[in-house]
Design a protein around this ligand. Structure first.
Ligand SMILES: Nc1ncnc2c1ncn2[C@@H]1O[C@H](COP(=O)(O)OP(=O)(O)OP(=O)(O)O)[C@@H](O)[C@H]1O
Length: 240
């Protein structure tokens, strides 16, 4: 579907070439990893626990540097970018990661508003968006709640709203439905698919095969350090 939106001259949003990543000397988590994600693409990222899904997303978010290989994000080779330029790239990426937690001293509203404040945008310009997003994820009555009084699933929804508030060009979501009930999980996926239809590229790392089975999007599979691209799960398994 979305593949029709770009032309051959549009650089990919994400391009990994022969990338390796080792946290220590003993073992490479990723090796010879190649990946291309284009404008408007939606990909599930699957693979066994410990395969390197979070690691791959962190490389794309520039939270890690590869041990070898080349990474281009939004057409820019990130290898030797200065801090400022890296920051500009990260501003265009919305992340929903377990590690990038909410700030405990801020309310749900303030946590979602934070990326906009950091960019120096006036509150009057983002206030309605923040409230609308929090309402959309079912937290209209929790705007002033701080993280310690929110459930795991509620915190995850605040984190999702925070990832979306700056209208990123790329969303990286690590198990975004992991802590929520099936109905909210379906709603979160609906939102990610809707954003994708509007042109945002999305990668969702997940173990949730029910989720992957229901949604006919392409699947990246990480195994033994490599990324392979499959069609929808039904094409792999022959199930409808
Ligand atoms: N900061 C770190 N230092 C050392 N090793 C790490 C670090 N982070 C992750 N690892 C190791 O790298 C490997 C890949 O971890 P990663 O979290 O990327 O996998 P994953 O596919 O996301 O797993 P899961 O599905 O269980 O979340 C694992 O063996 C993990 O133990």
């Amino acid at each position: 579907m979305s593949e029709t939106r770009y032309t051959a001259t549009t650089p990919p949003i994400v391009e990994l070439q022969d990338v390796a990543l080792a946290y220590d000397d003993t073992r490479e988590v990723l090796r010879h990893a190649d990946l291309i994600l284009r404008e408007g693409d939606f990909r599930f990222l699957t693979g066994p626990s410990g395969a390197g899904k979070t690691t791959l997303l962190k490389l794309i978010y520039l939270a890690l540097r590869p041990s070898a290989g080349r990474i281009r994000i939004f057409g820019e080779d990130v290898g030797d970018l200065k801090t400022d330029a890296r920051y500009h790239i990260r501003r265009r990426i919305g992340i929903v990661f377990q590690e990038f937690r909410l700030l405990d001293h801020l309310t749900a509203y303030e946590n979602v508003a934070l990326p906009m404040r950091v960019m120096g945008i006036k509150e009057s310009e983002y206030r309605d968006d923040v409230i609308e997003l929090l309402s959309w994820v079912g937290l209209a009555d929790r705007l002033t709640a701080k993280p310690q009084v929110l459930s795991g699933g509620q915190k995850q929804r605040v984190a999702l709203a925070r990832a979306l508030v700056s209208k990123p060009d790329l969303i990286l979501a690590d198990e975004p439905t992991g802590n929520v009930d099936p109905a909210m999980g379906a709603k979160i996926m609906q939102l990610l698919l809707e954003l994708n239809r509007l042109g945002t590229a999305v990668i969702v790392a997940t173990h949730d095969f029910h989720l992957v089975r229901r949604i006919p999007e392409k699947i990246l599979r990480l195994k033994d350090g490599h990324v392979t691209l499959h069609g929808p799960l039904s094409e792999l398994t022959g199930t409808p």
